[in-house]
Design a protein around this ligand. Sequence first.
Ligand code: SF4
Length: 189
Amino acid sequence: MLKIKRKSLLYKSGVEYADYCINHVEGCSHGCKFPCYAMNMKKRCGVIKDYKDWIKPKIVENALVDEYLPIKINSLSTMLHFDSLPNSLLKKLIGLLSSSDSKLIDSCARVFKKFIINDNQLFEILSYKNNYMNMNKHSIRRLLIIYFKSIFDLENFRKLIINSNWDNVHKEMVLKELYTFEQILLKNL
Ligand code: SF4
């Protein structure tokens, strides 16, 4: 997945039915063959080179930290159509998991499940470039809910954390949340 940064997501619109528009993606994987107005405009402005460039959409990474919630949710839905997740976006996703909004959490969960398929991969990704340091107890709880459905599934992940070279503060925080989550699963047996 490619990404770009923009000064603003809000644009003054030239169309008669809207004063402003919001755009969190550049390009479109639909790649319609009939003349696409949006593609032609981007070509004319020199933002993209050609059709091949257009059909590889780039996500505007600052959309994920925009205060307007629907933009974040829409960006997350768009990310489901990409085939990889850059680490800078992953860090932002971990941050979004601390939200109290259930729709946003559900959208994040779908992106996590698409790009990180199991607990081993989750551990690798959290360890990469110390991504785990972006977690707080809320995001840890959300990740546990996304990836673990039974107490048996937790054991491998617990071992990975214990044997990791993560700093002690985060290690203890994850292990504590893991224990609490385990107790909840046990009660629901
Ligand atoms: S933006 Fe262009 S390529 Fe994408 S769906 Fe619309 S017309 Fe088709």
